[in-house]
Design a protein around this ligand. Structure first.
Ligand code: SF4
Length: 342
């Protein structure tokens, strides 16, 4: 299933303190229809804002997407409008299949403070419940900030009560219209991961689909499979009808160079790494690199391995000529010496 993310605009009825949306205008109905027609994949489309549900043309957009052949049409929403009588059922009738509803805490006071609207949690939870009750596959999305790490534990139970099938946790980042406030909201990744682990355990025990975005794999040792932004998992395509896409600028640190998870790991936000450094990442294991060239005798290469082990290396990277007649012997010798191959 390939999802394409179409951004419809910027206007919103919340004012989230961590909002990472870039300042853009709102796309016209015609521009959005054109964009939908141009999309190469007709699997699933996610209509995202700003806030999509405050657009009067949303039901028509959903119907257009289904008419164009999209098998699934999702909205990413703060959920408040979905609580209005008949709103969810009407969207369902137009062909809406999925809703991702932003609920940032298991309690109203924390959520309302984060989105700067009194009463927003009550409306968002009612909206999620109404969407699920009308047959829309509903998932909850929670942005992890410094202010809600202590208000996550009840989210799996809340999701179950609302009829939601999944939970997605996304680490706040320094980007977009709330960049200045967001800087203060971005949690330390190690603390976010620590708060998240028991919540992920609980969600899995309740058979709730759960995923995480923005946490490097080394900080999620028991839940690496839940990282939705793994580089080896299927991507969401971004089709921005307006403005330029905001993308996570990935960065990797010194401990990432020898890391065996590097090929799959989304790394860290560049701004985060610049601000906080790499002290939260596990230290790189002592690594020796052996350059194998055609002319180097096998005896010399084996001596180099023994010397590396004596000097404290626990990991080995073999580089160079894999056709060297001693290559396989070197691999065996490394294992005998207790050197893990990278
Ligand atoms: S690549 Fe870097 S951030 Fe990712 S798991 Fe490895 S050490 Fe951690």
């Amino acid at each position: 299933m390939i999802w394409t993310d179409v951004r419809v605009g910027f206007t919103c009825n919340n004012a989230c303190k961590f909002c990472d949306q870039a300042e853009t205008g709102d796309a016209s109905s015609e521009a959005l229809e054109r964009r939908l027609r141009e999309l190469p994949h007709r699997d699933g489309v996610i209509l995202a804002g700003g806030e999509v549900t405050i657009r009067p043309d949303l039901p028509a957009l959903v119907a257009t997407a289904r008419r164009l052949g999209f098998r699934r049409v999702a909205i990413q929403t703060n959920g408040r409008v979905l609580a209005a009588r008949g709103a969810s059922a009407h969207l369902r009738a137009q062909g809406l299949t999925d809703a991702i509803v932003a609920i940032h805490a298991d309690r109203a006071d924390v959520h309302d403070w984060l989105v700067s609207v009194e009463g927003a949690w009550r409306q968002a939870t009612a909206g999620a419940r109404a969407a699920a009750a009308s047959g829309v596959n509903t998932r909850l999305a929670t942005v992890l900030t410094r202010s809600n790490l202590a208000a996550l534990a009840g989210l799996p139970a809340l999701a179950t009560r609302l009829g939601a099938s999944g939970l997605r946790f996304i680490v706040a980042r320094e980007e977009g219209r709330a960049r200045d406030t967001a800087r203060m909201m971005v949690p330390r990744l190690s603390l976010a991961a620590e708060a998240l682990e028991p919540v992920l355990d609980a969600a899995l025990a309740m058979r709730i689909d759960v995923e995480v975005v923005g946490v490097p794999l080394c900080l999620l040792p028991r839940h690496r499979a839940l990282a939705a932004d793994r580089l080896d998992s299927s991507p969401v395509h971004h089709a921005f009808a307006i403005g330029a896409p905001t993308t996570r600028a990935r960065a990797y640190a010194a401990p990432c160079q020898p890391c065996r998870l590097r090929h799959a790991c989304p790394g860290l936000d560049a701004a985060y790494l610049a601000r906080h450094g790499d002290g939260e990442l596990p230290a790189a294991p002592p690594l020796a690199t052996l350059l194998v060239t055609r002319d180097t005798p096998g005896r010399v290469l084996k001596q180099a391995l023994v010397r590396a082990r004596r000097l404290g290396a626990t990991h080995l990277r073999l580089e160079g000529d894999a056709e060297h007649p001693e290559w396989h012997n070197l691999v065996r010798e490394a294992a005998r010496l207790g050197l893990a191959l990278q």
